[in-house]
Write a protein that binds this ligand. Structure first.
Ligand SMILES: [Zn+2]
Length: 360
C-alpha cells in the first residue's frame, strides 16, 4: 500500500506492507489526515527530534536513519477488528488518539517505521481502546481536526478559565486559532489575539477573536489592558502594591508560537499575577530572566497533548456544532500533492491546515 514516508529528510510516497492488527487493534482505511507543524519538523529535523525526545521521554520517538511514516491527525474507516467484545464494526467511521498501547510500550502513530503506518498511509492500525466512533454524521475532514482541537481543549482547561478572565492569544497559527475556537465555545472573552500575518489575523477574527492586533504596529499587552479594564473592583484580578492591577480583570495568556525568546517576551508584557499557558513547542534552548516572573508572581503553565476524555469531549463538541473549527481547513488534497502541501505549510501565508486524502 502507498504511504507518505520521510526518508533522508525527503518526503516520498513509498510502497510499504499492510500491517496486521494485534489484539485490541483495528485496521482502518485512512480517509483523511491533516498536516501538523510537527510533521514538518520531523521532515526537516528528524535527527534533532530523535535527540530531543530521547532526552525528554527517555527514548527517541523517531528513528531518523530509517523511513518514518507520518500522520497523526486522521479520520478512518474500520476494515478489520481484532478486539474481543469490540464496539466497532467494519465500515464504522472513527478517530483515535494517536497511540498504540502495546506490550513492549506505547507507540506513537505518525512517527513510526515501516511496520507502523501513520495517517498519510492508505491503511493504519489504531488501538480499539483509544478509538471513538464519529457521531452525528460529522464529515471526516472536520472529524480529523479532533486531534489538534483536543490539544487546544486541553490547553484551555489547564488554564482553569472563569467567565471573568480576559484571554490573550499570542500567535494565530493552527494551535492559536484552535485555542480561540475553544475559548469562544466556552464563552470566555473578550478574546484578544495577536499575529504578524494579516491572513492569520483575519482568520483569528473569523474564529471568534474580538480584538486582533498586529504586534508590529501595536502592543498586544496594551490592547489586552484596554479590553480587560474594569471600574468594578470586585471583578479585578491579582493586585500588587507595586505593579497595580486594581482596574484590570484577571488575565490568561496563551503562548502559541514556540520560538526562543517568546516566553521572556510574554513575561515582560504580562500584567501582575497573569496566568501564562505555554502551548508553543520550542525545541531550542531559550533564555529567561527568572526575576521577571518572580517579581510579577506569574503563574507559568506548560501543557501538551490531552486526556482520552478531552479527546472525546472535543469530538462530541465538533459533532454537536458547538465547537466551530472547519475554518481551519485551507485545502484538501490527494497524495500526489502532499509534497506541495508540506512546502506551502513551511512558509504559510493563508494556509492553516491542509488535509491529505491518501486514497485520492
Ligand atoms: Zn499535530
Amino acid at each position: 500500500m502507498r504511504s507518505a514516508t520521510v526518508d533522508n529528510n525527503t518526503l516520498k510516497v513509498m510502497d510499504v506492507p499492510t500491517p496486521q492488527p494485534r489484539e485490541n487493534e483495528l485496521l482502518v482505511k485512512s480517509l483523511v489526515c491533516g498536516v501538523c507543524g510537527s510533521d514538518l519538523h520531523c521532515l526537516h529535523h528528524s535527527h534533532d527530534l530523535a535527540e530531543g525526545t530521547r532526552q525528554i521521554v527517555g527514548q527517541p520517538l523517531v528513528d531518523p536513519d530509517n523511513p518514518i511514516l507520518l500522520g497523526h491527525e486522521f479520520c478512518g474507516e474500520v476494515l478489520e477488528v481484532n478486539q474481543k467484545d469490540s464496539p466497532f464494526r467494519e465500515g464504522d467511521t472513527v478517530v483515535s488518539l494517536p497511540f498504540l498501547l502495546r506490550e513492549e510500550g506505547v507507540s506513537f502513530i505518525g512517527s513510526g517505521g515501516a511496520s507502523l503506518p501513520g495517517g498519510f498511509s492508505e491503511q493504519l492500525l489504531v488501538d480499539g481502546r483509544l478509538t471513538m466512533k464519529v457521531p452525528n454524521g460529522l464529515d471526516c475532514n472536520t472529524a480529523a481536526l479532533t486531534e489538534p482541537m483536543a490539544v487546544a481543549m486541553h490547553a484551555v482547561r489547564k488554564s482553569e478559565p472563569t467567565q471573568n478572565h480576559v484571554p490573550l492569544v499570542v500567535g494565530c497559527g493552527p494551535i492559536g486559532l484552535a485555542v480561540i475556537a475553544v475559548l469562544k465555545m466556552m464563552k470566555i472573552g473578550p478574546i484578544v489575539a495577536s499575529d504578524f500575518s494579516k491572513a492569520r489575523r483575519d482568520l483569528a477574527g473569523q474564529m471568534g477573536a474580538d480584538v486582533v492586533v498586529n504586534p508590529a504596529e501595536h502592543s498586544p499587552y496594551d490592547s489586552w489592558k484596554e479590553a480587560a479594564r474594569t471600574t468594578d473592583a470586585s471583578l479585578a484580578g491579582p493586585v500588587s502594591p507595586l505593579l497595580g492591577g486594581h482596574d484590570l480583570k484577571p488575565s490568561l495568556i496563551f503562548e502559541c508560537v514556540g520560538v526562543p525568546g517568546l516566553i521572556q517576551n510574554v513575561c515582560a508584557g504580562a500584567p501582575f499575577g497573569a496566568r501564562i499557558v505555554v502551548v508553543g513547542l520550542c525545541m531550542e534552548k531559550d533564555n529567561l530572566i527568572p526575576a521577571m516572573p518572580v517579581l510579577k508572581e506569574l503563574d507559568l503553565r506548560f501543557v501538551s497533548f490531552y486526556t482520552p476524555e478531552e479527546f472525546g469531549d472535543t469530538l462530541r463538541s465538533l459533532a454537536e456544532g458547538e465547537l466551530e473549527a472547519s475554518g481551519l481547513i485551507s485545502d484538501v488534497v490527494g497524495m500526489d500533492q502532499i509534497n506541495s502541501a508540506f512546502d506551502r505549510l513551511a512558509k504559510p501565508e493563508s494556509d492553516v491546515k491542509i488535509m491529505v486524502q491518501p486514497w485520492a
